[in-house]
Write a protein of this length. Structure first.
Ligand SMILES: Cc1cc2nc3c(=O)[nH]c(=O)nc-3n(C[C@H](O)[C@H](O)[C@H](O)COP(=O)(O)O)c2cc1C
Length: 224
């Protein structure tokens, strides 16, 4: 049994344990704009990302501090107005068709330079927030920032939880049915694994809810 005290490990090794074991992780491609330069569009992927609750509809993603302890551009842009940000962002869900362009958006560009241009993605005006959504994304969540929780302010690798309230959901025609079920084939979402690995969501299986799932295992049809 490996029994590890995280405080005795290097931060880089703690990071490898997190991203190698917490898999697959959904990917938020987050668009923001700089409060002081409204034409400076920013776009970056974040896989420390998830939903928070449905009442109100809210989600979170986690931009870590940079190696110098400073804030990534996305956090600088989307933090609440009271903290100097614009207080708004859009989470664009990533289908396999734009996985490569999404990863390209992780490139460090000078503050104010747009990853939309670098990756060849198309900004489309949002309905209620100022940052644009990504036209190539099948479903986008327009958000107002509720709160940023900082686990180690100003320190390298410190975590920041950005909680956003979803104020608009924009989905491609046909993706969501009349009962608000999202078609997983049309979504064709991708996930991030450890290292440089990613996965698709094309190998799925169903299980009955709760104790009825016991003994079902993974149905053979789901194995390659
Ligand atoms: C698929 C993917 C997922 C990522 N997830 C995160 C994450 O959850 N948190 C984080 O701080 N950086 C993450 N990164 C790195 C950021 O995208 C990268 O630091 C980016 O340059 C930040 O952009 P910004 O400075 O414009 O905010 C991820 C990169 C990739 C390719």
């Amino acid at each position: 049994m490996l029994d590890l005290d995280p405080d005795a490990l290097e931060p880089a090794d703690r990071y490898k344990l997190l991203i190698g074991a917490i898999v697959p992780r959904p990917i938020a491609l987050v668009s923001t704009i700089a409060p002081e330069a409204p034409h400076a569009l920013n776009l970056a992927p974040f896989s420390f990302f998830n939903g928070v609750g449905s009442n109100p509809m809210s989600l979170l993603f986690c931009p870590a501090n940079r190696p110098d302890g400073g804030e990534k551009d996305t956090l600088r842009n989307c933090k609440p107005a009271a903290e100097g940000g614009l207080g708004e962002f859009v989470v664009n869900i990533v289908p396999a068709a734009i996985a490569d362009r999404t990863v390209a958006c992780a490139e460090e560009l000078a503050y104010g330079q747009s990853e939309f241009d670098l990756a060849g993605l198309t900004p489309e005006p949002s309905r209620l927030v100022r940052p644009p959504r990504v036209a190539e994304s099948p479903i986008c969540f327009e958000c107002r920032t509720v709160q940023v929780i900082r686990t180690n302010p100003g320190q390298p690798g410190g975590g920041n939880i950005v909680i956003g309230r979803v104020v608009r959901v924009i989905a491609r025609e046909g993706l969501v049915d009349g009962r608000y079920h999202v078609d997983p084939d049309l979504l064709d979402g991708v996930g991030r694994m450890g290292g440089l690995s990613y996965c698709t969501t094309r190998q799925r299986f169903t299980l009955p809810f709760g104790r009825a799932a016991l003994g079902q295992g993974v149905p053979p049809a789901a194995t390659p």
